[in-house]
Design a protein around this ligand. Structure first.
Ligand code: NAP
Length: 253
């Protein structure tokens, strides 16, 4: 059985939206480092497949269906975690939607609502459920985006919701201190299902690669390594911060 280190031995971690892509990568990394991981997403089939993949790597894992917008699903996610493992050390809020590419002033109200709901509000609601169970020394990690720093055309309103996570990180770091640290990863562009334009549009891929200093897109493992650092005791004096993992793509506000 492969283990990368032991930073999460004896720890219990929930990662939302974690049956593929960056969330799966984070769950896998935490699990390989010794955590018991609770993974989830909207579809049972995806949950089952992801649980199998993680178990095949020797990881202690349970999987549940949790559409982050569903209050009962969020309650059940926390309840099942506590029933099975008795505590909670790490919560990674990774779910997001990007239902439209319209300019902000052309975006329908229903789409604005969905963006705020999935990308911001449901993370808050999940943490309201999780907070009573968070251990001393626990950690929350949000997954924002490079698009949160300079919301690009086509990802503008999505980017603004990701900007909101930077503020949420600061605000909750203060609210949950000193027992729980709250940090954020802002990924650059990673070819996943969510960013399928990176695999279908060669020109777009090339132009984004050229915007990095490292001349490549990110990988789910790059994002997982950063999230694992922030969630681990290696970052025990880091809270309220956002770590940009974007190959040197310009990022600061
Ligand atoms: P992905 O590969 O498409 O994976 C998305 C995962 O989320 C799947 O497991 C999906 O499974 C689940 N999911 C989708 N909607 C959900 C919902 N409402 N409730 C629960 N689970 C849900 O996406 P990704 O690229 O890894 O994106 C993950 C995060 O990284 C997002 O927050 C995204 O904004 C951020 N990000 C991505 C990039 C990039 O370039 N890829 C860049 C910056 C930031 P089901 O279909 O079974 O629900």
């Amino acid at each position: 059985m492969e283990k990368i280190g032991k930073r999460f031995d004896g720890k219990v971690a929930i990662v939302t939206a974690s049956t593929q892509g960056i969330g799966f990568g984070i769950a896998e990394r935490l699990g390989l480092e010794g955590a018991a991981v609770v993974i989830s997403s909207r579809r049972q089939k995806n949950v089952d497949e992801a649980v199998k993949k993680l178990k095949d790597r020797g990881i202690e894992v349970i999987g549940l269906v949790c559409h982050v917008s569903n209050a009962q699903h969020r309650k059940d996610l926390i309840k099942n975690t506590i029933e099975k493992y008795g505590k909670l050390d790490v919560v990674v809020c990774n779910a997001a939607a990007n239902p439209a590419v319209d300019g902000i002033l052309e975006t329908k109200e229903s789409v604005l609502d969905k963006l705020w709901e999935i990308n911001v509000k449901t993370s808050i609601l999940l943490l309201q459920e999780a907070a009573p169970h968070l251990q001393k020394g626990s950690s929350v990690v949000f997954v924002s985006s490079i698009a949160g720093f300079q919301p690009p055309k086509g990802l503008a309103m999505y980017g603004v919701t990701k900007t909101a996570l930077l503020g949420l990180t600061k605000a909750l770091a203060a609210e949950l201190a000193p027992d729980t640290r709250v940090n954020c990863v802002a990924p650059g562009f990673v070819p996943t299902h969510f960013a399928s334009f990176l695999t279908t549009n060669e020109q777009m891929k090339k132009s984004l690669e050229e915007k990095t200093l490292l001349n490549r897109l990110g990988t789910t493992q790059d994002m997982a390594a950063a999230a694992a650092y922030l969630a681990s005791d290696d970052a025990s004096y880091v809270t309220g911060e956002t770590l940009v993992v974007a190959g040197g793509m310009p990022s600061r506000l």
